[in-house]
Design a protein around this ligand. Structure first.
Ligand SMILES: Nc1ncnc2c1ncn2[C@@H]1O[C@H](COP(=O)(O)OP(=O)(O)OP(=O)(O)O)[C@@H](O)[C@H]1O
Ligand SMILES: [Mg+2]
Length: 284
């Protein structure tokens, strides 16, 4: 199998990259594909919290510096079989991002997922240069969307000879509120189909607090269902060009009331009900 190296990036922070990376990697590993997840967010590593693994004293920084071997930094997530390279919690000096290719070359896995920090940096340049695909995470608002557009142009300017790898765009925390940018508008802006339209889902913070990836914690919740559909494409198209020619399904958001409890969505009134109400109003 050819190696698929996927960087998960975003222009703006806090849009759900790590949650996406952890859950896609868990689904791939659970399906039997050899998968490793690299937490490349060296200043703010969090993948270990999601997976419930204890923080390592050695991680990506030591690998880049050539101070640790793979055996020392590759714990296994027991419930899925996913391997994970964390960013270590120890203090660090200059980080040799230019050696990322060496690290990736050492990893003999079919899927290598790199959870990147937000924004534009040396690490992003190196990560994009070694990747076969880039997953761009966005939320349906202007700040996130314009930051993603800027990031794509940054990657194009600093990538290999101005070429971009296979790009897949994800829209997260969608509630379908009228002020949100619609998924089809996003597709127009990026002239690409979205890989998945992921709803706002209160199970996400619950699963993080339970230290269990959401796809294992709640496999049928809206977030998990959106990712299962996309991961099936990744497993089916094993040539690293994930075929997303069909529109991404939209799994509706879970509605929560002001106390954060799950609530029934407000029902849209059908045409007949509206006519009946109009007649009732007319004669009363
Ligand atoms: N679909 C969702 N529904 C509800 N909450 C979500 C969803 N996706 C992400 N979150 C919440 O958003 C927060 C940020 O998510 P996450 O850490 O994955 O983002 P990030 O892009 O990796 O952030 P950073 O840029 O800091 O690395 C988390 O607290 C998570 O619980
Ligand atoms: Mg993150």
């Amino acid at each position: 199998m050819p190696k698929k190296i996927i960087s998960v990036v975003s222009g703006k922070g806090g849009v759900g990259k790590s949650t996406l990376a952890v859950n896609i990697a868990t689904l791939l590993a659970k399906a039997g594909a050899s998968t490793v997840l690299i937490d490349a967010d060296i200043y703010n590593p969090c993948v270990f919290f999601h997976l419930g693994l204890s923080p390592q004293s050695a991680g990506l920084q030591e690998l880049l510096a050539g101070e640790s071997t793979l055996d020392e930094v590759l714990p296994i997530h027991p419930a899925s079989g996913l391997r994970c390279v964390s960013s270590s919690i120890s203090p660090y000096g200059k980080i040799r991002f230019e050696r990322l290719k060496k690290v990736v070359d050492m990893l003999e896995y079919e899927f290598i997922i790199i959870d990147c920090p937000p924004g534009f940096s040396e690490l992003i340049k190196e990560a994009v240069a070694v990747s076969t695909s880039v997953f761009v995470m966005m939320t349906p608002d202007m700040p996130s969307c314009t930051a993603a557009l800027k990031l794509v142009s940054f990657m194009r300017n600093h990538g290999r000879g101005g070429r971009l790898p296979n790009m897949v765009y994800f829209l997260n925390r969608v509630t379908n509120a009228p002020y949100e940018i619609h998924p089809r508008e996003m597709e127009g802006l990026f002239t690409a189909r979205l890989g998945a339209v992921i709803p706002e889902d209160p199970n996400v913070p619950k699963s993080i607090s339970a230290k269990t990836p959401l796809v294992l914690f709640s496999p049928y919740c809206p977030f998990s269902r959106a990712l299962v559909d996309f991961t099936e494409i990744m497993l089916r198209d094993r040539d690293s060009k994930f075929d997303i020619s069909k529109p991404a399904k939209y799994t509706p958001a879970i509605f929560v009331d002001e106390m954060g409890r799950e609530a029934e969505p407000a029902k849209r009134e059908g045409l007949l009900a509206r006519i009946a109400r109009f007649l009732r109003d007319l004669f009363t």
